[in-house]
Write a protein that binds this ligand. Sequence first.
Ligand code: ATP
Ligand code: MG
Length: 643
Amino acid sequence: MPDDLIPVKPEIAAKALVNKDRYRAMTEAAAKDPEGFWRKEAERVAWIKPPSRIKNVDFTGDVTIRWFEDGVLNASVSCLDRHLASRGDQVAIIWEGDDPKSDAKVTYRDLHARVCRLANAMRRLGVTKGDRVCIYLPMIVEAAVAMLACARIGAIHSIVFGGFSPDSLASRIQDSECALLITADEGRRGGRSVPLKTNADEALRGCPSIRNVIVVKNTGGAVPMQEGRDHWYEAITAQEPAACEPEPMGAEDPLFILYTSGSTGKPKGVLHTTGGYMVWASYTHELVFDYHPGEIYWCTADVGWVTGHTYIVYGPLANGATTLMFEGVPNYPSVSRFWEVVDKHQVNIFYTAPTAIRALMRDGEAPVRKASRKSLRVLGSVGEPINPEAWLWYYRVVGEERCPIVDTWWQTETGGILISPLPGAVDQKPGSATLPLPGVFPAIVDGEGQVLEGATEGNLVLLDSWPGQMRTIYGDHARFGQTYFSTFKGMYFTGDGARRDADGYYWITGRVDDVINVSGHRMGTAEIESALVAHAKVAEAAVVGMPHDLKGQGIYCYVTLKTGEEPSEALRKELVAWVRKEIGPIASPDAIQWAPGLPKTRSGKIMRRILRKIAANETESLGDTSTLADPSVVEELVQNRVG
Ligand code: ATP
Ligand code: MG
């Protein structure tokens, strides 16, 4: 594995908000005097009443997590009102449509007015503090408006990704008994339309809690409207005043619910509250991306995922940033699209997922080189371990060795980034998420919960709370304790495995459930996948364990080749030898299946749970596949399973 250090660049450090000295000072301060540290950091949001109590946390018993609990604020004020005097005419959101010819710019003043109009309309429909509002929208400005309008009136938003089916939408609405749904006639992605209203109508047959539906006219496609229930967004907001009194919210009042993507099982309604989450969103967005006023910042996620919540909307807007919202996909109309958008809007900070990077690598360097990309300054990655090969491609080809890469490890549950390099303070290693942010206390424990010191490998836990931590699973606090705090007493268990090297750097090895045990040797799937992806002909790989008479578990690899490469027996042998050489004979693949596509969640993560079943020939019981982006991929893999 490449373990080479890529030092902080002096020119980045010189201008960075946090350099090495400051990073050390912050890390020490946050450990020695957390109350003092977070009291000061809490000043980054606008309080109606600043908190006097900072932290009240107990990871044992019923599990209590409270931050800034007697503070009062409104998240939309932090994102909008307080910027009006200083930067009302600055662009808050650059919207780039699926069609490269369509875009829009919304200033802070415009955004404030649009949020207030919708907030007033929602109040008029009877939505009040604590009500749940489901948002099922494409990546259009109204999605951000809807989130902030909910925050404005104290309604709890629950966003369901626009690619989800009617069933997935219905179960999420039912779980949190939403009173209102905000959707659109249709969405657009990659030149195709997505029938949002039709899906919503189907879902709502089983959702009696929904009293009203607000529909954005987006494509103009014809959709049926149900009298008394459905309202056009334009019509219902047009007459509303562009000012709206914000609801005073306790710091621990809920801001949103977000159902996890479901790579591992039944979705959970992750609940985040207002004060701590907002502080965390602002703190991490500014530090990790080294955000300087005036910069153009682009996170390619969808607002349906937590990354979109924290790093398209709440974090950037709290920091007065210009945030780019992209309706489309990386390969439409061509695989140069990302880089064309970077040039068009002069993007300085770019944040995407390894799945997108690997997909673009398949098509080589030319589509990237076509664009200038000179505006880029910092690159980010999130969602999965980034294989060193993909990291280096991102670094060399996309960033031309000029841009630091922040590999950000975090979860829906953590609200924001916990482990990541800071561009001006932490030397990078390709494939490592590096070090915790100041105020984050990870540890690696063995199966019994013993904290392991020094260079080691095991289960990744957090020993103490941070303000952005989730507070509960909506409606099921017992499941919250059971899921996250019962495996290792008094610690938050992430479900991920990690290795820590001699420099204290963390390497996420994948989900603990995905660890393979070959003849008593425990191996993370991420390492074997990275070895495969490092081969010149391999675009993507997924590795799982399969039952094996002698070894206990054998290694089953699904391999997607780069565009233009053909599978062959010779190549299969070559790959087996390659992995043996890269990692060692113990990691020898027992089976390699050529996979034209891999089953992924709609956020682009490989669903190894399903691949394990196929490898084990348990194809009768594949479990819940409703969150898959393309279920037909599974059929193909089942047909062509090896052995
Ligand atoms: P579910 O919990 O429903 O199965 P999920 O875990 O995929 O879904 P998220 O909260 O979006 O939902 O993803 C968090 C997980 O993604 C982490 O626990 C980790 O496994 C992985 N992950 C995220 N960022 C990184 C990263 N930079 N490096 C390695 N793994 C990462
Ligand atoms: Mg998870």
